[in-house]
Design a binder for this molecule. Structure first.
Ligand SMILES: [Zn+2]
Length: 429
């Protein structure tokens, strides 16, 4: 049956919208193929294979894609020792890096699903695609790819030289981007606007502001002893770790919006031995950067109190991995431009805050205003029921293409004023 004009959504009209819509099935197949590759953050070979699979798709632009190794990271293992971990590579494409308007399009290739997770299969379920990473965030990779293809195809030649873009696909966002931080920071410094392709909320809403996040590992070191012969000589590190864990947990509710998730207690060994190592892992979420000092001071107070009452020394590792992200300044301007563009396309985009963090937090800290939920409509992320809504692929690719084409053709005002952008002192009036 032929659709009547009234039933054709705005985002399917005009030549470039039509073209993007014609890519819907290709996008679904790409996401299906990518989600079938396990790219759990610590599965280095899987992440590498994901990047190699992406390479041909990103090789069709005038810029040559680059595979970039990232530095290994340090993590505390269950014996309280710092361990060096190698992660997979990042993929970078930089097109017209000297243009006067420059946009970063970024998202991660890794997922939370380890190589031995039971959740590996990708399935079609009427209008949904279900599988590991389909929404978070492989659907987003297909969206940014097709939006850029539309830009290059439909932006008039004479306007192209003024509009540059950079793609950065990093391999470690799900653990706070410790290895790709320097790549993100460099990309933040050479672009003016950031678009990130994390999934939107299940009802299609975009995220307006995000809490901050910190990961801490507390290593307790006691003294081992025979549990029968010399019990009194021992210093029980597990008991100290447990006391620290309970006291940290009891901080929940002290400051509105600040949460302490004691996620892990490790250590110990044979039952006839007083354990000399205990490790506590905790994630903290908080709303204001001014709370960071109070959080650290309170945690360290607990550590020194437990140390003096038990004789077990403890040491804190880890850091604030993402500052809170506020909808302010140029980020707020960008959010409004996205919502207005959505309205023109017949998409009703609401804005909501969330406790989740992403690279958008980090990029904002490094001075890049950004909107971070331009990915698919989907849900149940970080669970074995993760899904994305197939039609949101073309819908959201159109939204992004519309923004890019709008900025490039001045239909949408470029959100950075010339004096704010780093165009060189000679151009400042
Ligand atoms: Zn994500």
């Amino acid at each position: 049956m032929v659709e009547s004009m009234e039933t054709v959504p705005e985002y399917k009209k005009t030549e470039h919208r039509n073209w993007i819509n014609s890519q819907q099935d290709r996008m679904t197949s790409l996401v299906e193929k990518w989600a079938s590759i396990n790219s759990g953050t610590y599965h280095r070979i899987g992440v590498e294979s994901m990047v190699n699979t992406l390479l041909p798709e990103f090789s069709k632009f005038e810029a040559v894609p680059q595979i970039l190794e990232i530095p290994s990271i340090q993590q505390v293992n269950d014996r309280g020792e710092l361990q060096s971990i190698e992660l997979g590579p990042a993929l970078s494409v930089r097109c017209r890096p000297d243009a006067t308007k420059r946009v970063l399009l970024a998202i991660h290739t890794d997922t939370v699903y380890s190589v031995d997770s039971v959740f590996q299969a990708v399935k079609h379920d009427s209008n949904r695609l279900c599988g590991p990473g389909v929404a978070d965030a492989k659907g987003g990779i297909a969206i940014l790819l097709v939006a850029l293809e539309a830009l290059e195809r439909f932006l008039p030649q004479e306007l192209q030289e003024h509009f540059g873009w950079e793609v950065l696909l990093n391999p470690d966002e799900e653990i706070g981007s410790p290895g790709s931080a320097s790549l993100l920071q460099a990309a933040a410094s050479r672009n003016h606007v950031g678009l990130l392709f994390e999934p939107s909320l299940p009802d299609g809403s975009l995220v307006s502001q995000r809490k901050g996040s910190a990961n801490f590992e507390i290593v307790c070191r006691g003294k081992s002893a025979h549990a029968g012969r010399h019990f009194e000589d021992g210093r029980n590190a597990i008991a100290a770790a447990a006391s620290i864990a309970v006291q940290i947990h009891s901080l929940n509710g002290r400051w509105p919006g600040t949460t302490f998730n004691v996620a892990r207690v490790d250590g110990g060994g044979p039952l006839n031995m007083v354990p000399d190592v205990g490790v506590v892992g905790v994630n903290v979420r908080y709303s204001g950067q001014d709370q960071e000092a109070t959080i650290l001071h309170t945690l360290d107070g607990i550590l020194s109190e437990v140390s003096s009452s038990t004789g077990v020394e403890s040491e804190r590792f880890g850091e604030f991995t993402a500052p809170p992200k506020q909808a302010e300044g140029l980020t707020e301007t960008l959010l409004h431009q996205v919502v207005e563009t959505g309205t023109e396309l017949g998409l009703n985009l609401n804005l909501r805050p969330t406790g989740g963090v992403c690279d958008g937090n980090r990029l904002q800290r490094w001075g890049l205003p950004n909107v971070d939920t331009l990915g698919v409509r989907g849900g149940e992320i970080h669970s074995h029921d993760e899904f994305m809504i197939k039609e949101s692929l073309a819908e959201r690719a159109t939204l992004t293409a519309e923004l890019l084409l709008g900025w490039a053709t001045n239909k949408i005002p470029w959100p950075i004023s010339r004096t704010e952008a780093d165009y060189g002192s000679s151009e400042k009036s």
